[in-house]
Ligand binder design. Sequence first.
Ligand SMILES: Cc1cc2nc3c(=O)[nH]c(=O)nc-3n(C[C@H](O)[C@H](O)[C@H](O)COP(=O)(O)OP(=O)(O)OC[C@H]3O[C@@H](n4cnc5c(N)ncnc54)[C@H](O)[C@@H]3O)c2cc1C
Length: 396
Amino acid sequence: MPQETTTRVVIVGAGPAGLTLGNLLHARGERCVVIDKFDRAQLLGRARAGLLEHRTVATIERMGLAKRLFAEGHRHTGCEFRSAGRRDYTDFAELYEGRSHHVYPQQEVVADLLAGLVDAGGDVRLGVTAERVGTDGDGVLVHLSDGTTVRGEFLAGADGQHGITRTGVPEGAATEYGMRHEFQWLTLLASAPPSAEWTIYAQHERGFAGHLLRSDTVTRFHLQVPVGDDVAAWPDERIWTELRARLAHPGWTLNEGPVISKNMLDMRSRVIEPMRFGRLFLLGDAAHIISPSGGKGMNLAVADAVELDRVLAEFDAAGADPSVLDRYSERRLPDIWRAQEFSHALLHMMHTYDPAAPDAAFRQRLQQSRLWQLTQSEAYATSFARSYIGPLPITG
Ligand SMILES: Cc1cc2nc3c(=O)[nH]c(=O)nc-3n(C[C@H](O)[C@H](O)[C@H](O)COP(=O)(O)OP(=O)(O)OC[C@H]3O[C@@H](n4cnc5c(N)ncnc54)[C@H](O)[C@@H]3O)c2cc1C
């Protein structure tokens, strides 16, 4: 490996954002280097998201990498809401011109994106940490843990919420908007076939429970737990007792199986504005994190990459006019805030408030009104479906 490589775009992070950008740039004949501190096995061992918006599927298809997704993933057209003894199914595809989600685990998306880039001859360096980022004349310089450096015209910070590329943001140039939610989730993967062919969100006096599809043999569950609880307080038997109680409905059976993994989820949301600082662009979780409610994080990461690729192409077409680069933040932020608003609303639609809170009963009534509108008002349900399934793909 030469001590220094020169490329056009240095991409730190080989998650959904970094690998999507790498594939799109490579397909246009642009030079880029993708760097990740994880080796291949670690990268493909990260089971996280699984709900792909239709625009995410369209992007993967456009890159020619959707073969396995269509063969092994499942089309997901609706959701069930359970509350106060009722179960209501909302058919999002019917409400949104046939558009749907696909269920396909994030680690499989990453595997396909990685294979696509490597097979096409892309420069992907795994198991190497970006330790320092800096500027150098008109370009950027990234120092790696193996002693090498990569010099580029642009730096794409796709290194997740704890990455280091944000250290390249000039002092005072960014505003960070954040909030900690008043809820906490225990999330788990169980080696159990799904108990329904769709997602179930259950609002129950004991707390929220979610049943989310992953594959024919693995199901993800979310449980609202008291804020501050530790995983140790939740042995498997307690988890199943709660899931059985909160998801219960006459005639319906919960499929159970060994718990493969369980974690407490950090229920925080954050957006950094703007998302471009000179030659540094932030993508995905490096720029924004969103509550897991509604499954938007990976989809936003992929959408950021699509937009950045488009803006870089427009920059070249405009004779390297730097003002064109501002379009990245201008176009991405409205979509990111729309997703934040939706995720926040869904969170508050399904969670149980602390009964000791003085406004708990009032908020509970608001919640019931939202659920009622979702099942009784087609206009409300259509708006919900559009937000849930996500906007149309970027074209042109
Ligand atoms: C349990 C769970 C469930 C979720 N469910 C959903 C869902 O259903 N739908 C959805 O859309 N989203 C979901 N999400 C969110 C989604 O997983 C993230 O939003 C997504 O991974 C963001 O992608 P990314 O490429 O921005 O970052 P990441 O996937 O975090 O990738 C960042 C990469 O950068 C690398 N890196 C970090 N620092 C360095 C460094 N210094 N040098 C080199 N490499 C570095 C990391 O190793 C990592 O591979 C879920 C998340 C969790 C935890």
